[in-house]
Design a protein around this ligand. Structure first.
Ligand SMILES: Cc1cc2nc3c(=O)[nH]c(=O)nc-3n(C[C@H](O)[C@H](O)[C@H](O)COP(=O)(O)OP(=O)(O)OC[C@H]3O[C@@H](n4cnc5c(N)ncnc54)[C@H](O)[C@@H]3O)c2cc1C
Length: 475
């Protein structure tokens, strides 16, 4: 038996939920198929030992002024995400010294005789013209930074932002992507974490889709994208059910969508070569610590053990199987945004650190090193730790697929802007909305801009799609 829709979306991550919201609001009959029991992809939050845990601890860098919110503004649901802005208790800790997050504290990280050069870099971020910016898409961030300063800590600090934003190293990340993202984050000061945990964001989209008449089926994995006469016409699920639509949008891994769900025989050879060569962002390990009582009011601490260890960068040492004594990372306390995320009176601290793709063999060493780093940041937590969880990339792989990478297709100089896979595939009827195709910006916001970009391409088809549905209903 087959069912007809205007658009079928494979996956309920930010890209899928985002474009589904926009299409459903525009009158399209939308079907979302999600393989997991929970919606949200990498933004899943779930209950564990009475705590709400995010699959990945996320900050939404532009919060209520960014593309995640833009989608909801456009459909008349501006209050759907309960954003909580940072409250001024964000810190950068270098070694043992923690300073409030500010431009000044960043300048002071550089050697005294390099601080003016470092300031010039910050000035350039805000004053660079669009024309100049356009020339830097394929220039690595590191090369651009070194035109201002070679100071070791200044470079480590920028590397730490690059690797937190894009999860690729600064000698591979695009200078234009970085400058735009850094400028937006610094200028808007709108970085947020929502009440209810990360899940509140994809939930807002899925509820909007339902409100506008769309259908969302969880626990329903797509096994095949159906292709007839060179056109994608629908999908078949693992349970053997078929759904048909003139527009099929994959929010799932682009490589998987092209090579497995559709099949490489349906695409031009050079496209397949390009897809096979795409590389992912790096992987991450999450530490979660439940404390018997509140020990800190710091919402966020970016921890940099020394100038050799930018947080969120996979080092050569790690790749060789060695676990560093101290590991840089982004620490934060979800309960400082929403106390209901842990049992009453307790505090949850979570952190994200880059790591190789598979650390299961060395998990005990990682745990020791992560806890050592945790106590460097929160010495006051000694004696108050109730529970510790260490979640390796395999958890993300299980929930979101791909290789378990943090973002998806990495924003390297070979994979941004005109070199990024398009939201429109060469197979007629097949499109992408995710942090794998089109878009720009950081993580979830990359996926949201991809959804907005795809909607702009599909919107002109609305009249045709709706007329076609009416015709098939009459027939
Ligand atoms: C640990 C971690 C920390 C992060 N921190 C941040 C952060 O602080 N800020 C930020 O902005 N971003 C962060 N990110 C990145 C961000 O989560 C992702 O970039 C973004 O959520 C990806 O969205 P997406 O639309 O590409 O879809 P995904 O989240 O990849 O979702 C794809 C969906 O497709 C489904 N699917 C796959 N195959 C099938 C199939 N065959 N049938 C049906 N469904 C299928 C999957 O189950 C999944 O639900 C982090 C990610 C991780 C893992």
């Amino acid at each position: 038996m087959s069912h007809h829709y205007d658009a079928i979306i494979i996956g309920s991550g930010i890209g899928g939920g985002g474009v589904g919201t926009l299409l459903a609001h525009a009158g399209w009959k939308v079907l979302v198929l999600e393989k997991n029991k929970l919606i949200g992809g990498r933004c899943i939050s779930y209950d564990r030992s009475g705590c709400v845990m995010d699959l990945g601890w996320h900050f939404y860098c532009l919060g209520k002024v960014g593309p995640l919110q833009e989608i909801l503004n456009r459909v008349g649901l501006p209050d759907s995400i309960p954003w909580n802005d940072l409250n001024g208790t964000s810190y950068i800790q270098i070694g043992k010294v923690a300073k409030k997050y500010s431009k000044q504290s960043m300048y002071e990280a550089a050697a005294e005789d390099e601080q003016d050069n470092f300031k010039a870099l910050f000035r350039a971020v805000f004053t660079i013209t669009d024309e100049e910016l356009d020339k830097l898409w394929y220039v690595p961030v590191r090369d651009w930074v070194q035109t201002f300063t070679t100071d070791k800590m200044a470079n480590t600090l920028i590397e730490s932002f690059v690797s937190q934003y894009f999860c690729v190293p600064s000698d591979e990340a695009s200078a234009t992507e970085f400058i735009r993202a850094f400028r937006d984050v610094m200028a808007n000061r709108a970085t947020s974490y929502p009440s209810g945990g990360n899940y509140s964001v994809p939930t807002a989209y899925i509820e909007a889709i339902r409100q506008f008449g769309g259908v969302v089926k969880t626990d329903t994995a797509v096994e095949k994208i159906l292709v007839e006469n060179g056109v994608a016409v629908g999908v078949r699920t693992e349970a053997g059910e078929e759904f048909r639509a003139p527009v099929v949008i994959s929010n799932a891994d682009l490589k998987l969508s092209v090579l497995k769900l559709a099949g490489e025989e349906h695409f031009p050879k050079d496209y397949i070569e390009k897809v096979k060569g795409l590389t992912y962002s790096c992987h991450g390990v999450m530490l979660r610590v439940l404390l018997s009582e509140k020990v800190t009011s710091k919402q966020v601490v970016i921890y940099i053990p020394d100038d050799q260890s930018p947080p969120c960068k996979v080092t050569e040492e790690m790749k060789a199987g060695k676990v560093p004594a101290l590991i840089g990372g982004c620490f934060g306390s979800p309960t400082e945004f929403d106390p209901r995320l842990a049992p009453e009176g307790k505090q949850m601290i979570t952190s994200l650190h880059a790591c190789p793709e598979d650390i299961r063999e060395h998990i005990d060493e990682w745990r020791e090193s992560l806890m050592r780093s945790f106590y460097e940041v929160y010495p006051e937590a000694h004696g108050k730790v109730e529970k510790v969880w260490v979640d390796p990339p395999s958890l993300i792989r299980g929930m979101a697929g791909e290789t378990g990478a943090i973002i998806g297709i990495g924003q390297t100089i070979h994979q941004v802007h005109e070199k990024r896979p398009s939201v429109v595939s060469p197979l007629k009827g097949l499109y992408f909305a995710s942090s794998e195709a089109g878009g720009h910006g950081i993580g979830t916001e990359l996926a949201a801009t991809s959804a907005l970009e795809l909607f702009a391409r599909l919107q002109p088809m609305t009249a045709d799609v709706l007329a076609r549905r009416q015709e098939s209903a009459i027939a």
